[in-house]
Design a protein around this ligand. Sequence first.
Ligand SMILES: N[C@@H](CCC(=O)N[C@@H](CS)C(=O)NCC(=O)O)C(=O)O
Length: 207
Amino acid sequence: MSKSITLYDYPKSSAAYRVRIALNLKDIDYQSVKVDLLAKDQTSHFYLATNPQGLVPSLVVGDQVISQSLAIIEWLEETYPLHPLLPSNPIEKAQLRAQSYAIVADTHPLNNLRVLNYLVTELGHDNTEKMAWYHHWIKLTFAALEVQLSESLLSNTANLLDTVLVPQVFNAHRFAIDMTPYPTIQQRVDWCNQQPAFEKAHPDQCS
Ligand SMILES: N[C@@H](CCC(=O)N[C@@H](CS)C(=O)NCC(=O)O)C(=O)O
């Protein structure tokens, strides 16, 4: 009998959105439990017992917990062969990971909720400065990714990069980033958003 899978989730969390996409692409049944970030559920004793970092997502598999969205997706990739998210060629795999890490490791950590809140509440920056910070880091990454994607042949199946790119672009739209300088990125995201696994994972579909 397969183990039950629970995702501690929040609709607009880009990190959780990545995992929802991967779960859907692999057609995995799971239960979603909402951790309301605006209500600070992530700091509750209950949630910290599951994930001491107080971040979503967390995936509970049987009696085991996996935190960090990329660790979760890599575990799914190794455990569920349906719809591989990484190519088998080691160079192509490393290149796809590198593009994904540009978002996951270099960009998202600078722009997540607690960092933006810290800029305002602890360091005294105003909303305009907070937005300038957000735009600065997103634009650096999108400019580089636009070059890389426009020079490569985009695959006709969704991959690891798509699972992280779509949520980051969703987030960028919320923060009024002008996507005109990044047509290849936007085109890829538009293509992904037409796929059922992405439609189902969209924050508007999660209550
Ligand atoms: N590197 C982590 C990042 C997780 C993360 O930053 N999650 C955000 C939502 S996207 C969060 O839980 N924020 C809560 C807070 O900032 O208090 C991952 O990929 O899972």
